[in-house]
Design a protein. Structure first.
Lengths: 563, 165
């Protein structure tokens, strides 16, 4: 069938079962946008390209589908950069279509020209510049395949303006042929025997689960493994929700702001089994003191993650959908009761730590503290909401105090730590899962970084509830300045004349300010159970810390504790 | 320790950028890099000499490079029975008085004189890098004006191609 390059892209998106794209038009994608218009393809128009890409990212994290984002050449494309890097660090499947100046104008510093392929090479799983319209269908097919298989990630396709208008005889390839790309699906079952043997002789094993479980939707089988063996389990930020927070074997997040029980367990464990984790420096603290008494087993789909930061004694390379299933089968060789008896003293030790030093905060105060706010949001939503955070203190308090029960229920920029992520990502999550309650928890700093998306949320009447933990400062920066820079609050103070409630109302979102402790429950319920969007400006104290805290360069057992 | 890696890649625009960009941003130490066509029209061959502190660092280099979509295969030729060569073109000062001496030197190294004029000569030499270093050291006495080297390329002995190993 004859059609233009632009029409071919729409056809490709349909073949890939894309439900919606997030994008922003401009000069070099006019032909593409005309094809969107003519085909009435669902499209969300944010107010900034960065909003578009974080929304596509939030959509992908919430649904497990590939998020699709479009932007024009030059500034349109460069506005995507932070979002691409965010998705790349957290292995989020995205396909990004950017316009480019027409082929004859390439390389001449033409109007709105930027070498987006060169710029995004370090932050994409792969990228393309399409110079021949006949390559378009094959390229789009490959891009979706690469984005969603193996370790997922963002893939960018840069398309010069003239390519959109040129005509081809459209045929969508049935399969891809990439000899340099053969993602591992099955692992080596012999390694299971080795892991089994280690576990058989371990006294203090620990499962350390991460974002890989969310990405591969393997939370269910992991829960079975934990229940069967009774092995204490901790999580990275990205792994929260994979194991329910009310599971008696679960001891929360580890790392810089991890729980006391979780962090202590990594110091004492004799067998640390990392599953879908990448041993980020925020998790390990000082590397030579991390799990230094333990043998390490590492389950991951990406061979390059093995031995990158932490040396693994046993590597289990493969898709968790395969390896965890095999692991579970192998564990059946020993009855559940025997496993649980073997690890009972260890589990009791962790439970003791948890009881002795739980996550806590000041109780006798008239101020509105952020921690009980998060607990209250959890109580009202019964732990069933999709929680999207921004970055900083709001993110850590949410990770600590919202009892996550479901996979894909915490959407957060873990690896890159992108302020401004929360609001647009919650918009994307809402577009992807309209029946879920989507709550964006952010700080006053991060909220402002993409607050323009409040307009989009209002115009589309998306049921996003925005909770601003407003401390009139860049809280995490200020916390570090308090701790390590003699309380020199160098440009972290944001006391302002602006009124978030009025900003929200001006953009079409109902909003209230919460500054009285006795109104907490009523206001939060009103916000959460209202129809459509809602914003609450929650006035929390300026100097509240996230605790526990492990200072940079220290081992995980050297925590500054709170409460 | 130095390792010679053969990286077989798709012959597409931008591949060398992907490979060299990855090497620099991952902080790997590269001694030399060379790229060229192969027996297959759609495949290029990049030879990299990498200096890795330990096996883990080498493993990271190989695993990270393998993740690039356009990298078809990576073969570590270190310790394998192989032939490796570097080609150098050296422009050296050569007055009529010492011209004969330089020609003699070149002969000892089985190098070729590929150009002569009143003031200089160009010497072409193929060999292992130590041999090229040695002639350069000697020619330095006459005054080297310019050196260009290809960087190391390598191939395994025996009937098999690297891609089939």
């Amino acid at each position: 069938m004859k059609m233009t390059g632009a029409q071919a892209i729409i056809e490709c998106l349909k073949k890939e079962d894309v439900q919606v794209v997030f994008g922003y038009p401009g000069g070099s994608v006019l032909t593409l946008y005309d094809a969107l218009y003519m085909s009435e393809f669902p499209h969300v128009l944010p107010r900034h390209e960065q909003g578009a890409i974080h929304a596509a990212d939030g959509y992908a994290r919430a649904t497990g589908k590939v998020g699709v984002c479009m932007a024009t050449s030059g500034p349109g494309a460069t506005n995507l950069i932070t979002g691409i890097a965010t998705a790349y660090m957290d292995s989020i499947p995205l396909v990004l279509i950017t316009g480019q100046v027409a082929v004859p104008f390439l390389g001449r510093d033409s109007f709105q020209e930027a070498d987006i392929r060169g710029i995004t090479t370090p932050i994409t799983k792969h990228n393309y510049l399409v110079r021949d319209v006949r390559d378009l269908p094959k390229t789009v097919k490959e891009a979706f395949h690469i984005a969603r298989t193996g370790r997922p990630g963002p893939v960018l396709i840069d398309i010069p303006k003239n390519i959109f208008a040129e005509v081809i005889d459209f045929a969508y390839p049935a399969e891809v042929n990439l000899r340099g790309y053969t993602p591992i699906s099955e692992g080596d079952s012999q390694t299971m025997d080795a892991v089994f043997d280690e576990l058989k002789f371990a006294q203090k094993p620990l499962f350390f689960v991460g974002g890989g479980l969310n990405l591969s939707d393997t939370s269910e089988i992991m829960r079975k493994i934990v229940a069967y063996t009774g092995v204490p389990t901790v999580s990275s930020l990205m792994g929260l929700g994979c194991i329910s927070s009310d599971d008696p074997c679960f001891f929360g997040m580890i790392g810089m702001h991890g729980t006391y029980a979780g962090n202590m367990s990594t110091t004492e464990t004799d067998l640390l089994i990392g599953i879908g984790v990448r041993f980020d420096d925020r998790v390990t603290g000082r590397l030579d003191q991390f799990a230094s008494n333990a043998k390490i087993v590492h389950f991951d789909i990406d061979p390059a993650e093995i031995n990158k930061n932490v040396r693994a004694n046993i590597r289990v390379i493969g898709d968790l959908r395969w390896t965890l299933e095999k692991f579970y089968q192998k564990l059946q060789e020993k009855p559940a009761q025997e496993w649980q008896d073997q690890f009972k003293p260890w589990l009791e030790k962790l439970s003791g730590w948890k009881k002795e030093k739980p996550l806590t905060y000041k109780k006798d105060t008239d101020e509105i503290l952020p921690q009980p706010i998060i607990e209250k949001i959890c109580e009202i939503t019964e732990g069933n909401a999709v929680i999207v955070t921004d970055v900083g203190q709001n993110q850590m308090w949410t990770a600590q105090f919202y009892g996550f029960k479901h996979p894909r229920s915490l959407l957060t920029s873990g690896g890159l730590g992108t302020m401004g992520y929360g609001l647009p990502a919650s918009m994307g999550a809402q577009v992807g899962g309209p029946n879920k309650k989507v709550i964006c928890i952010c700080g006053d700093g991060g909220f402002m970084m993409n607050c323009q998306e409040l307009m989009t949320i209002a115009d589309l009447n998306l049921s996003v509830k925005v909770m601003i933990l407003n401390n009139r400062s860049l809280g995490m920066v200020a916390q570090w300045q308090r701790e390590f820079y003699n309380s020199h609050y160098a440009h972290s103070c944001m006391r302002t004349k602006a009124d978030f409630v009025e900003i929200a109302k001006a953009m079409g979102v109902p909003a209230v300010r919460l500054d009285k402790k006795e109104e907490i429950e009523a206001v939060l319920k009103k916000a959460i159970f209202s129809e459509g969007p809602f914003l609450v400006d929650i006035r929390i104290p300026e100097e509240e810390d996230v605790l526990p805290m492990v200072p940079t360069g220290a081992g995980l057992n050297q925590m500054i504790l709170g409460g | 320790m130095k390792h010679t890696l053969v990286v077989l890649v798709e012959n597409k625009p931008g591949v060398l950028t992907h490979v060299s960009g990855l090497i620099s941003r991952r902080n790997f130490n590269i001694e030399s890099i060379n790229a060229g066509y192969t027996e297959e029209a759609d495949m290029s061959r990049i030879t990299i000499e990498v200096d890795a502190d330990d096996e883990y660092e080498l493993e990271q280099v190989v695993n990270q490079l393998s993740k690039l979509i356009d990298v078809i295969k990576i073969i570590d030729l270190t310790g394998k029975d192989r032939v490796h060569r570097d080609l150098a073109l050296i422009k050296v000062k050569a007055s009529p008085e010492n011209r004969a001496e330089i020609v003699n030197l070149a002969e000892i190294f089985r190098a070729h004189i590929v150009d002569v004029n009143k003031e200089t000569m160009i010497i072409e030499l193929t060999g292992e890098d130590v041999k090229i270093d040695a002639i350069c050291e000697l020619l330095d006495d006459y005054g080297i004006i310019e050196i260009v080297r290809t960087g190391k390329i390598a191939i395994c002995r025996g009937p098999k191609a690297a891609k089939d190993v």
